[in-house]
Write a protein that binds this ligand. Structure first.
Ligand code: NVA
Length: 366
C-alpha cells in the first residue's frame, strides 16, 4: 500500500493536492461571528442566498484552470463532494438557515505530516463543511495505512463563543485597528476555535495567526496536541480584518517570506526569522484596486500563491506585479487565471489543501 498523505510545509515539491469546488455555494445569512468580517462598505452586507449560477460556473472554470496547470506538472488532484449547501442546519446548541460552500479547502483541512485534521471553525455556517471531504479521507484511510484521519474537538458555538455587541456599524477603521492591536477579537476563549488557513506550517514550527477566526485557546490546544512542535502566535496589527495568514505572511522557500506591507508582524514576532537569517520581503502591490464582486477577501489575494516546489510558484494571471516580484526573487512563475474564483473564498493557496509534498519534518529555526 502506498503512502498518500505527507506534507510538512508549503514549499516542498507538491505531488498531490485537493482543489475545491464552487457548486451550490451560498452567501450565508448573518450570524454572530460573520458581520465583523465583512467590510462595512461591502455590497454583500445584509444579503444572503444561493450565489448566482453564472458566477458558480465561472468559479468552477477557474478551478479547472488550476487543476489543469498542476496536472500538467504531474500533480495528482482530488476534488471534494459538494453538499446541498442551502439546507438549514442544527445542533443541540444552535440553528442556522444555511451552510456555505466547499471552497476553500485550506480553511477546513490541516495537513501535518501523515495526518489531515478537520478544523474547528468559528462560523456556524461552516460547521458541516468537512463532510464534503469525508469521501476523500476514507479513500486515503483505505489506501495509506499510515494516514491519520482526525477531527479537532468540535466547538459548540453557543452564544458564549462570541462577544455580543462587538460589532457596531459605526465602528471606524481606526477603531478596528486599535482592537487588532489590543488582540480584542469577536470570538471568546470558552473553547478552541480555528480555521486551518490561520496556520503556517514550517516543519518543527507552526505559526498561528490570532485573529477573528482563531483564538488563543486553539493555540494552547495545539501545543498540547503536538508537544513535539513549537507553536507560535502571530499578530498583524495593521490588519483591520485579521483572517487567515495566507494573504499576509507567505513563505516561498526556506529562508524567504513575502509579507503584506500593511500587515507586519507584531513587535518581537520577526525575531525568530531574523535570528535564523530568513529574509522577509514586502509583497508587490496588487494589480487591482478592488476585489471582484461578491468577494469577502481583500485585493491582497495577489500574494495568495501556490508554491509547487522551492523554485516554482503559481500566481494569479492578472497579478502582474506579484509575478514580476516572484521572478526577481528567483522563482519560475506559472500564471493561472483564477480571479473569478476569489468570491468563493480565496486565491490559489486558499483553493487547495495539501495531500502530499515530498520531504520530511525539518527544524528551520534551530
Ligand atoms: N484576510 C485575508 C484573507 C486571505 C485569504 C484578506 O482578505 O486579505
Amino acid at each position: 500500500m502506498a503512502k498518500i498523505v505527507n506534507s510538512w510545509n508549503d514549499w516542498d515539491p507538491l505531488k498531490r493536492v485537493i482543489v475545491g469546488r464552487c457548486d451550490n455555494s451560498m452567501i450565508p445569512p448573518e450570524e454572530p461571528a460573520t458581520s465583523e468580517k465583512v467590510p462595512v462598505d461591502s455590497e454583500m452586507r445584509g444579503m444572503w442566498g444561493l450565489r448566482p449560477l453564472r458566477t458558480v460556473e465561472r468559479g468552477n472554470e477557474c478551478l479547472e484552470n488550476l487543476v489543469k496547470a498542476v496536472e500538467e506538472r504531474g500533480v495528482v488532484v482530488d476534488r471534494p463532494t459538494p453538499l446541498q449547501w442551502n439546507q438549514a442546519i442544527g445542533t443541540p446548541d444552535f440553528r442556522n438557515d444555511s451552510m456555505m460552500t466547499c471552497m476553500p479547502p485550506r480553511d477546513i483541512l490541516l495537513t501535518v505530516g501523515n495526518e489531515i485534521m478537520a478544523s474547528a471553525n468559528s462560523f456556524r455556517c461552516r460547521y458541516f463543511e468537512y463532510l464534503a471531504y469525508w469521501p476523500l479521507m476514507k479513500q486515503y484511510f483505505d489506501e495509506d495505512p499510515e494516514f491519520l484521519w482526525t477531527q479537532a474537538p468540535r466547538p459548540r458555538l453557543t452564544d458564549a463563543s462570541y462577544k455580543h455587541n462587538y460589532y457596531d456599524e459605526k465602528i471606524t477603521l481606526e477603531e478596528r485597528l486599535v482592537r487588532t492591536a489590543n488582540k480584542d477579537f469577536v470570538t471568546t476563549e470558552v473553547e478552541p476555535m480555528w480555521d486551518a488557513a490561520d496556520l503556517m506550517r514550517m516543519g518543527k514550527d507552526i505559526f498561528i495567526q490570532h485573529g477573528l477566526t482563531t483564538n488563543r485557546t486553539a493555540m494552547e490546544w495545539f501545543q498540547r496536541y503536538y508537544p513535539e512542535y513549537r507553536i507560535h502566535a502571530m499578530n498583524f496589527p495593521g490588519d483591520p480584518y485579521p483572517i487567515h495568514i495566507d494573504a499576509t505572511f507567505v513563505p516561498l522557500r526556506p529562508g524567504l517570506i513575502i509579507n503584506n506591507p500593511h500587515r507586519h508582524p507584531a513587535e518581537g514576532q520577526r525575531d525568530i526569522f531574523e535570528a535564523n537569517d530568513w529574509q522577509i520581503v514586502d509583497a508587490a502591490q496588487p494589480a487591482h484596486d478592488e476585489p471582484p464582486a461578491l468577494c469577502y477577501s481583500s485585493v491582497w489575494l495577489s500574494m495568495n500563491c501556490l508554491v509547487l516546489d522551492p523554485s516554482t510558484v503559481i500566481v494569479e494571471a492578472s497579478e502582474v506585479n506579484q509575478q514580476e516580484q516572484m521572478d526577481q526573487l528567483g522563482m519560475n512563475v506559472i500564471p493561472v487565471d483564477l480571479r473569478d474564483a476569489y468570491p468563493f473564498g480565496g486565491g490559489l493557496h486558499c483553493s487547495t489543501a495539501d495531500v502530499y509534498r515530498e520531504g520530511e519534518c525539518l527544524d528551520y529555526f534551530p
